[in-house]
Design a protein around this ligand. Structure first.
Ligand code: HEC
Length: 117
């Protein structure tokens, strides 16, 4: 699948936002600002950050396997946000940390397989 130049630029910009989101999430976790970590993940990595809003619909250029990995990453980001919200009550950072690593595993898996041509 060939990505049009504009779609490619927009997709890479979203990727950079994802990376920045991860670093902010990690910092918030380290500071035990769990609600903030959940909020950042929801905004920068969650379903609402997907590359497929009605206006842009960039995801239609993704091959099916890539689209599935993208959806999985956004689902895991939502799972992270829930774990972080729970940690705000329990104070236990391990579960959100585990959930965050599961998000990052999907970044790694997709980068290992797909390129934007
Ligand atoms: C569904 C697949 C997929 C997922 C999931 C994914 N990426 Fe990417 N990402 C790509 C592709 C494809 C490229 C472009 C690679 C290329 O063409 O060489 C890319 C590029 C990038 C880049 C380079 C941006 C630039 O300016 O060149 C960054 C940074 C990045 N991704 C971060 C992330 C982070 C962080 C995550 C997880 C939170 C993530 N990506 C999840 C597919 C994905």
């Amino acid at each position: 699948m060939i990505f049009p130049a504009l779609v490619k630029r927009r997709t890479l910009a979203t990727m950079r936002m994802h990376l920045q989101g991860l670093s902010e999430v990690q910092q918030a976790l380290a500071e035990r600002h769990f609600d903030e970590a959940a909020q950042i993940a929801t905004m920068n990595l969650g379903m609402s950050s997907m590359h497929g809003s009605q206006e842009t619909d960039d995801a239609k250029y993704m091959p099916p396997g890539m689209k599935r990995l993208g959806a999985l990453m956004h689902q895991r980001a939502e799972a992270f946000a829930l774990a972080a919200q729970n940690a705000a009550i329990t104070g236990d950072v391990r579960k959100p940390l585990m959930a965050l690593s599961q998000v990052m595993q999907v970044c790694v898996a997709c980068h290992a397989t797909y390129r934007l041509r």
